[in-house]
Design a protein around this ligand. Structure first.
Ligand SMILES: *Cc1c(COP(=O)(O)O)cnc(C)c1O
Length: 380
């Protein structure tokens, strides 16, 4: 740090310089986050001082958090679900499995996740001392039920299903996982970090939430398709008792107990989530998802016309494309300003069609993609 402080203008201009190196979302097809809704930004700024780590001082924000959880519970099949606003999918997944572990009291616990699980589960293995067993996928990238069954043993404490897998946007057979969990007396956690704010609004209906008997907890992130500000994740439990294993005494705060993983945490993101959910309502989100799905269909059609097929018919606004010379094509696309991503197994181009995109961007992308592959053909 400098001995003497710099003027506000000087600092602001330093910030401006830094921001110029950040990528604007315009040509980003690789992100699960997006520009927050303007009302979320307003609410965030309004509540910038609020600390949910000591919510005794911030009763108003605390009430907003309860309302956010209630709205999310309603969206996910149980008006009476309980939980809290986390920093994101990672914290939600950690806390859900921490509850499962603490409730089971097994010495060498293991959990079974699909190989398509988000890398936060590898953090969980390390942090919680839980063995993570990875079940294989079927040809449509859903978890294979036989594989899950075969991995269960006396030390298994939980099953994890993904509703909107990070790479393929696929939904595991949650009802069948629930049957298996119930018959083996296991905790069933659903990771819908991305899908939580998508699946309820799709034309096609999926059983993936608390409406399925046997689902114990759900992760769903307002800071992804919920259009809230970062950091806003959601962790929901069907039973209030699930929060107890997370409770810690907090002797020097205005509250007695805390169950979040983070201590000091953002009340601004809570207010932002509340604002955008109140403002959009179920209808608003439905419109946004519909628009993203329309762009997704347009993208797939354009790619098929170029001879590039998706690995599966997209279930949500995530597309995995079988692109020849993938690394090279991605590099060329990057040079044209496009940020794309990849899937691991099989390796393919992964694109997420978020609300910050529009029809023109999709058309431009298809045309640039066409150029990049044709140029490749020409070089051969
Ligand atoms: C994004 C994502 C996560 C992690 O969420 P963060 O908010 O980045 O911590 C976990 N699971 C799934 C399925 C995701 O898509």
């Amino acid at each position: 740090m400098n001995q003497k402080g710099r003027s506000e203008n000087e600092v602001l201009s330093l910030l401006k310089n830094a921001m110029q190196k950040d990528t604007s979302y315009d040509k980003v097809l690789s992100a699960m986050c997006t520009q927050p809704h303007p009302i979320a930004v307003k609410a965030h700024m309004q509540f910038i001082e609020s600390n949910m780590g000591d919510f005794g001082l911030f009763q108003g924000t605390k009430e907003l958090e309860e309302k956010v959880i209630k709205m999310m519970g309603g969206m996910l099949g149980d008006d009476n679900a309980c939980g809290y606003v986390t920093t994101g999918g990672t914290e939600s997944n950690i806390q859900a499995l921490r509850t499962a572990r603490n409730m089971s009291k097994k010495k060498h616990p293991n959990i079974i996740v699909p190989t398509s699980a988000h890398f936060s589960f590898d953090k969980i293995a390390d942090l919680l001392g839980i063995e993570i067993r990875k079940a294989s996928l079927d040809t449509e990238f859903r978890v294979d039920m036989d594989s899950v069954s075969n991995l269960i043993d006396n030390n298994t404490i939980a099953l994890v299903g993904i509703a909107g897998s990070t790479e393929f946007g696929q939904i595991d057979p949650i009802d069948r996982l629930a049957d298996l969990a119930l018959s083996n007396n296991l905790f069933l956690h659903i990771d819908a970090a991305f899908g939580g704010f998508v699946i309820p609004f799709l034309e096609k209906k999926y059983d993936f939430d608390f409406s399925v008997k046997g689902v114990t907890s759900i992760t769903a992130d307002p800071h992804k398709m919920g259009l809230s500000t970062i950091p806003a994740g959601g962790l929901l439990f069907r039973e209030e008792a699930c929060l107890l294993p997370l409770e810690i005494d907090t002797p020097y705060l205005t509250i007695r107990k805390q169950h979040s993983l983070a201590g000091t945490r953002s009340g601004a993101a809570v207010a932002a989530s509340y604002a955008v959910m109140m403002h959009l309502g179920m209808e608003g989100y439905k419109k946004i998802v519909k628009r993203c799905m329309k762009m997704t269909a347009m993208l797939v059609k354009g790619c098929c016309d170029l001879g590039i097929e998706p690995l599966i018919e997209p279930v949500m606004n995530i597309v995995a494309l079988d692109v020849p010379d993938l690394d090279d094509v991605r590099k060329k696309l990057r040079a044209k300003g496009w940020a794309t991503s990849i899937t691991r197994n099989p390796k393919a181009m992964r694109l997420i069609i978020m609300p910050h995109l529009n029809d023109n961007t999709i058309e431009l992308f298809i045309s640039d993609l066409g150029e990049c592959i044709h140029r490749n053909v020409y070089h051969i």
